[in-house]
Write a protein that binds this ligand. Structure first.
Ligand code: PLP
Length: 389
């Protein structure tokens, strides 16, 4: 009989995302308000959906080159130049199965078994799964509440050892919503340069930034571009999470290895999705602006409610999350999230799902209707403040 011990050690020992536990419980509670989910509540814009249907009708049914259609990579080169200020020829651009697909292929291209990788705490939990799959060690670097959930660079640098290979940076950040200033990114780049580290810059929320900024500043401007891989996705900008298309650019040898990793795992991405993505890039961008405006309006709403209740941590500048301080309840984030769901029918993501640093916070998703957000955040504030001792 097959036992657990027969499975590979890296993934066997690592838990699945802590958000799942709450999400699974929420499924058993009819009418629960779902503020734990991390995906846009909008439909993909109609002209992109129509383009996918057209691609099927036109017979785009076969494989594409592993890195993606040349016509798409051509357009991505234009987007990277126009929006992100990155000058990358199409040959140095690779498409993958979502942002997660290109980030994990970058990890596979750069990291050997036993290497150490610096990951943000709090940070997106999938990084740990990718690292476990290649038998690398995740070393969390603190982004503490007293620094507004920005990285503590002195402590980050002190964590570097001879085994450290890679530094993962995520701005706009999930779960804090912080957008790193160019100066901070420059200093992160300096640390990487001093220690010969690679940087994987997760910029999957690059176009979801508030207060008039057209785009989040990219890592590439601030680090030694020779050692940076920048990763993006269609999931967030165009509300295309289920379509699974991401893209990345980096130095040619890394991109070559990333293509091999993708060749061995997915053989490329779905052809009709690539055709639809071309139309997403070519077509009108007003739906993107509307969605960002909605996230900003909801950010303002959540911030106001949390501030009034004394539970605001920091004001997010991008992505679509806000962290609420639940320390007054003295329950810990997971227990508080469970009680909020059981007693108030509101699901939020416990900070413990993102590491140890946000253990007294919960993440609220702004990708929910204004009404759900108002009701859900109101219930959260009421519960936490009712438990204050
Ligand atoms: N990076 C971060 C920080 C995320 O939160 C996500 C999705 O939630 C991704 C990358 C990848 O998104 P996808 O694989 O859906 O494109």
């Amino acid at each position: 009989m097959t036992t657990v011990a027969d499975t590979a050690s890296g993934l066997r020992s690592i838990p699945r995302s802590g958000i799942r536990e709450i999400a699974n419980l929420a499924l058993t509670i009819p009418g629960a308000i779902r503020l734990e989910v991390g995906q846009p509540d909008f439909r993909t814009p109609d002209h992109i959906v129509a383009a996918a249907k057209r691609a099927l009708d036109e017979g785009w049914h076969g494989y594409t080159p592993t890195a993606g259609l040349p016509s798409l990579r051509e357009r991505l080169a234009g987007k990277l130049r126009r929006v992100n200020g990155i000058d990358a020829p199409p040959e140095r651009i690779v498409c993958g199965v979502g942002g997660v697909g290109v980030i994990s292929s970058a990890v596979a291209a750069l990291v050997d078994a036993g290497d150490e990788v610096l990951v943000p705490d709090p940070g997106w939990s999938n990084y740990r799964l990718m690292l476990a799959a290649v038998h690398a060690r995740a070393i969390p670097y603190p982004c503490p509440p007293d620094l507004g959930f920005l990285p503590d660079l002195d402590r980050l640098e002190a964590l570097v050892t001879p085994r450290t290979k890679l530094l993962l940076v995520n701005s706009p950040n999930n779960p804090s919503g912080r957008v790193y200033e160019p100066e901070l990114l420059r200093r992160v780049g300096e640390i990487a340069g001093r220690h010969g580290l690679w940087v994987v810059s997760d910029e999957c929320y690059d176009q979801i930034v508030f207060d008039g900024s057209p785009v989040a500043p990219g890592m590439v401007h601030h680090a030694d571009a020779e050692r940076v891989v920048s990763c993006f996705t269609f999931s967030k900008t165009y509300a295309m999470t289920g379509w699974r298309l991401g893209y990345a650019t980096g130095p040619a040898p890394v991109v070559d290895s990333m293509i091999k990793a993708i060749e061995g795992s997915a053989s490329g991405t779905t052809t009709m999705v690539q055709k639809a993505a071309e139309v997403a890039l070519d077509g009108p961008q007003d739906r993107v602006a509307e969605m960002v405006a909605a996230y900003q309006r909801r950010r303002d709403l959540a911030v106001e409610l949390l501030r009034e209740a004394g539970l605001l941590t920091v004001v997010p500048e991008g992505a679509f999350y806000v962290l609420a301080d639940v320390s007054p309840a003295r329950l810990g984030a997971l227990e508080l999230a469970k009680r909020l769901l059981a007693e108030r029918r509101v699901a939020v993501a416990p900070g413990t799902a993102f590491g140890t640093v946000a253990a007294e916070a919960v993440r609220i998703s702004l990708a929910s209707s204004d009404d759900d957000l108002r009701e859900g955040v109101g219930q959260l504030c009421d519960l936490v403040n009712g438990l204050r001792r």
